[in-house]
Design a protein around this ligand. Structure first.
Ligand SMILES: *[C@@H]1O[C@H](CO)[C@@H](O)[C@H](O)[C@H]1NC(C)=O
Ligand SMILES: *[C@@H]1O[C@H](CO)[C@@H](O)[C@H](O)[C@H]1NC(C)=O
Ligand SMILES: *[C@@H]1O[C@H](CO)[C@@H](O)[C@H](O)[C@H]1NC(C)=O
Ligand SMILES: *[C@@H]1O[C@H](CO)[C@@H](O)[C@H](O)[C@H]1NC(C)=O
Ligand SMILES: *[C@@H]1O[C@H](CO)[C@@H](O)[C@H](O)[C@H]1NC(C)=O
Ligand SMILES: *[C@@H]1O[C@H](CO)[C@@H](O)[C@H](O)[C@H]1NC(C)=O
Length: 928
């Protein structure tokens, strides 16, 4: 028992050591952190200061300001000006009210003379923006709060200029019901003004005169924004007699012993209220400290401009306070106040003395932000509490997320990504991670995690899971199959066992589980083979033939095989484990004779490009294919071809032309794709397929959406990302249903993990080629965005990217031409006449503006493809709504006429369109 007590004591003393040290000499619940300080000390007020040297972030610097001798103002702690937040965590007692004070004395600590500007937050709540305007003035922020959890966090973030820094952080505990408000569960009080009237010096009153160490500013302090317009006849009065202050907010006696009196019948003041306009807590403190004769009275009213109801109550201090030298504290718990507050106390006509005022206090309500939803993450970080990454403090997502996670932008954010690769994590995968219901990416690779994989059913959005290079054991949970969005599952180099759930293999998934010796794929494709034999002998023969020829290719001279080898080659893990392996393991290998049969000896040519000719073919099972015969110099060697094939075989997306296999025989390399019935977008826009009637605007938007999704997948769904490098309208193919797919990854290269990639040869097509890439040879995904912008311009205009005639003199380029028109507001000048009037001008503008952003000269100025996709989808919605309105009102002549004039007009008529939709909402007051 005693030992357990000792243990408890030790735990407590470890956590509270900095916070409650030497509480004997001062009030309990006082914490005074000397930020950047080096030692404990007691100041002249008797407050015990402790250094913040337990903080693992930030640097400390000494400063020196003339006339500022207080030790806590000779140092600062400052933090990098980055996108992170830097937090202090303090222990508090729940259900207790506190004052927290942060102060900032810049003192040119960085020898930079740039006045810093940054934000301070209290937990998840934005507290204030600290904007230094003078190197020698101390900025002070105070907040009164009811503690609802055992710790609080104060964080600095969002450096707009200079580095965030802090001089002191002070926590003061209140007693009983001091500062109780009806709103304290949802609002903090941000201190705006706390004024001691009639003060006998400019020095503020604070500890030990105020047991809670509030700072009561002197009304005689000459502060630019403070207390002007003082009425004539205002006099100071004071007393040495004790004042009974033990009620309400317990103002310090010293403050109550002084006051001002309006000897002419009025007290007037004007002051600036920091943080207002807004709703505030405003109280006045009165104590009768003058001797009134029995026949004398002091009665007065408060007068606020525009607030007549405030002026109704009459103050009679002695009567209200039940005697002399006692506090009376009237005020408003919720009052709307302006930034510049002018107020007046005026005596009533039957009062013999003028008004008296000892003190006043105004606090602004600051709405509390309840913070992110995923509180369970706290259970994860306590497991690793000694690791730096687990000590970042504050809310996981607000005001900015911890450096190792990402959050969505909901009002109450949820965690979407966890990046804890190579952090030396041990033990099981924390089960609380599986409670993060919005989790999309989980990176725990390169740790020493043990135990089995948890059930991730609680995270239905999970798309990417990295658990490779750990020591995980046990079987794969079958629930993995039910994650609808799973795209990548990296499990290699663990000690997992059992079989891979067959449902996983059927998914469109990057799955790697090599290096798990006891983990196997069920040999299910052999069964598959049997089924095929049962159903179609012809196809099976073809399949076997291919397998055999692929094995021959693989084995080289060793031209024999046995049944086991076939089975091995059928049950290999996928995707293939190394780029050095023969491509046969991942991609289907066609023999030359298959291809020759399918294409009838390359009879029907359906296209050609810089790297090969494309032929139509039909397999024996009836499947139509497109065979790309690569020109012999397309690939430097077999190795490069293999890489390409492996890459292709890994890419699966509804909006990417499906890769079916390859053939490499007799020095010829061929790639086999699904056949797309409706040809290229190019042909539909201005090629042979238009015949004077083209695809309409909404169809064009849908094609753009399809293509955008395909590109988005290349950029964000593949790891590492893939840059297409040769996007153009002839590489966007249309299927039977006119859905678009992006084709031709012949030039695609693996992009190195987000970083730009230097390649030796600039490749691409004139008219679509990113000028920045052309000059710098730095290839990024933004080069694709440029090309996509050109395609959008083609969709709007029906013009080719490059033309010698169509763009007028001195202009051969669609970008230059469209830019000129769009920027001068003349969108009509570029819209394809074949679209007639069947489009909504708003959706047209949306796409035109986005297209221009895509073709900005510099990559960093261009949006991401996902961004572009969003606008395309918005445009589609606009277009569908307009189409519905058009149909729904087809009998309404007046609307039709508005609409047709709209389509002929330009910008001004966009406003008419707004009017129209407004009209619609009036007619149908539905949910919005
Ligand atoms: C300050 O005082 C506390 C307890 O009184 C002690 O644990 C700590 O080491 C001291 N810090 C320094 C820097 O002296
Ligand atoms: C600093 O102190 C000196 C002498 O103590 C005084 O003359 C001067 O006015 C003070 N300056 C400020 C800014 O307080
Ligand atoms: C950062 O501060 C700037 C200027 O004070 C402000 O405009 C911006 O919204 C802030 N950003 C965040 C994330 O709070
Ligand atoms: C706080 O309250 C306790 C009990 O009511 C009282 O003994 C103590 O003096 C109070 N402290 C202050 C500073 O008023
Ligand atoms: C992981 O642990 C090893 C050895 O204990 C250490 O050298 C390495 O710095 C640690 N890495 C991290 C990221 O903490
Ligand atoms: C699978 O993981 C292994 C081991 O890390 C790696 O060598 C191989 O390249 C990976 N395979 C794929 C297709 O990413």
């Amino acid at each position: 028992m005693a030992r357990r007590f000792l243990l408890l004591f030790l735990v407590l003393s470890v956590t509270l050591v900095l916070l409650l040290d030497s509480s004997s000499a001062q009030m309990p619940g006082f914490v005074s952190l000397d930020c950047g300080g080096k030692e404990n000390f007691t100041d002249e007020l008797g407050l015990n200061w402790a250094p913040d040297d337990y903080l693992i972030y930030g640097e400390t610097t000494d400063i020196s300001i003339a006339n500022e001798t207080r030790k806590q103002y000779t140092t600062v702690r400052h933090f990098p000006a980055d996108s992170r937040k830097y937090c202090y965590k303090l222990n508090v007692m729940r259900r207790t009210r506190y004052l927290i004070r942060a102060t900032f004395l810049y003192g040119n600590f960085d020898n930079n003379n740039v006045y810093p500007k940054f934000d301070i937050s209290f937990g998840a709540t934005h507290w204030s923006t600290i904007e230094i305007s003078d190197a020698t003035t101390i900025e002070v922020r105070e907040l009164i709060f009811l503690a609802s959890s055992p710790t609080i966090d104060v964080c600095l973030s969002n450096a707009t200029t200079g580095q965030p820094f802090i001089s002191t952080l002070e926590l003061r505990q209140f007693n009983g019901s001091v500062y109780l408000t009806p709103f304290e569960e949802h609002f903090y009080l941000s201190v705006s003004a706390r004024i001691n009237f009639g003060a006998d010096s400019e020095a503020p009153v604070r500890y030990p005169d105020d047991p809670f160490d509030r700072i009561w500013e002197s009304d005689s302090l000459k502060k630019a924004n403070y207390l002007v317009d003082v009425a004539a006849g205002t006099m100071k009065v004071s007393t040495k007699l004790p004042i009974d202050v033990n009620r309400d907010e317990m103002p310090p006696e010293k403050v109550m012993q002084t006051a001002v009196v309006g000897t002419n019948g009025s007290l007037t003041y004007r002051l600036n209220l920091d943080g207002f306009p807004g709703f505030g807590w405003a109280f006045t403190y009165f104590a009768e400290i003058e001797d009134l004769k029995p026949d004398e009275s002091r009665k007065f009213r408060l007068v606020l401009p525009d607030q007549p109801e405030v002026s109704k109550p009459v103050v009679n201090i002695q009567e209200n306070a039940h005697g002399k030298n006692r506090v009376y504290e009237p005020g408003y718990t919720n009052l709307s106040l302006p930034f510049v507050l002018s107020f007046r106390f005026g005596k009533t006509s039957d009062s013999s003395r003028g008004p008296l005022l000892n003190a006043m206090e105004i606090n602004k309500y600051l709405e509390r932000n309840d913070g992110s939803l995923d509180g369970v993450i706290a259970n994860v970080i306590v497991l690793y509490s000694s690791d730096d990454w687990a000590q970042e403090g504050g809310d996981p997502c607000l005001p900015v997320p911890w450096s190792w996670l990402q959050c969505n932008s909901d009002p109450r954010p949820s965690i979407t990504e966890i990046h804890l690769s190579s952090k030396n994590l041990t033990g099981n995968i924390p089960s609380d991670l599986t409670k993060l219901s919005k989790l999309v990416e989980l990176w725990l690779d390169g740790n020493s995690l043990t135990g089995s994989m948890p059930d991730f059913s609680g995270c239905p959005d999970l798309k990417i899971i990295h658990l490779e290079n750990n020591q995980l054991t046990g079987e794969l949970p079958s629930s993995l199959v039910n994650l609808p969005n799973l795209r990548e599952l990296h499990l290699q180099s663990n000690m997992l066992s059992g079989t891979v759930p067959s449902g996983l293999l059927d998914k469109n998934l990057v799955l790697n589980y090599t290096g798990n010796v006891d983990l196997h794929e069920r040999r299910r494709r052999v069964r598959h083979l049997n089924i095929i034999i049962g159903s179609s002998v012809g196809a099976a023969v073809l399949l076997i033939a291919t397998i055999v020829s692929c094995l021959f290719l693989r084995k080289g001279k060793n031209r024999h095989y046995d049944q086991d080898q076939i089975r091995d080659s059928l049950s290999v893990q996928r995707p293939v484990s190394s780029l050095n392996d023969a491509p046969a393991e991942a991609a289907h290998c066609f023999t030359l004779s298959d291809i020759e049969a399918a294409t009838k000896m390359f009879e029907k040519k359906i296209g050609s490009g810089g790297f090969g000719v494309v032929y139509y073919g039909k397999l024996k099972d009836g499947k139509e294919i497109a065979v790309k015969v690569l020109t012999s110099n397309s690939y430097q060697g077999k190795r490069e071809f293999s890489n390409e094939v492996i890459l292709l075989s890994r890419i699966h997306h509804r909006n990417l032309v499906q890769f079916l296999g390859y053939c490499q025989e007799e020095g010829r390399s061929m790639l086999v794709y699904e056949f797309m019935h409706n040809g290229t977008l190019k042909e539909h826009l201005y090629g042979a397929l238009t015949r004077g009637q083209s695809i309409n605007w909404i169809k064009r938007l849908e094609i753009a959406e399809d293509a955008g999704k395909g590109i988005e997948y290349l950029h964000t769904g593949c790891v590492p990302a893939i840059i297409h490098r040769d996007l153009k309208s002839s590489n966007i193919l249309l299927d039977k249903h006119m859905r678009a797919k992006v084709s031709d990854f012949g030039l695609s290269k693996l992009a190195v993990d987000g970083a730009s990639h230097v390649s030796s040869i600039v490749r691409g097509t004139v008219g679509y080629l990113d000028p920045e890439y052309y000059i710098s040879q730095q290839l990024t995904d933004k080069s694709d965005v440029y090309s996509f912008g050109v395609i959008l311009l083609e969709l709007i205009s029906g013009q080719e990217a490059i033309s010698n005639e169509n763009f007028g003199v001195n202009c051969r380029n669609i970008v230059q031409w469209a830019k000129m028109h769009i920027e001068s507001g003349d969108i009509q000048g570029i819209i394809d006449p074949l679209l007639r009037d069947e489009y909504d001008i708003q959706s047209m503008w949306k796409i035109a503006e986005k297209a221009l952003m895509c073709v900005q000269p510099h990559g960093h100025m261009r949006p991401s493809i996902s961004d572009v996709l969003k606008d395309i989808q918005d445009a589609i919605l606009i277009e569908r709504e307009t189409a519905m309105a058009r149909e729904g009102n087809s009998d309404d002549m007046s609307r039709n006429s508005i609409h047709s004039s709209l389509n002929m007009g330009s910008l001004d008529l966009g406003a008419t369109e707004n009017y129209l939709s407004l009209d619609d909402t009036i007619a149908r007051p539905t949910a919005r």
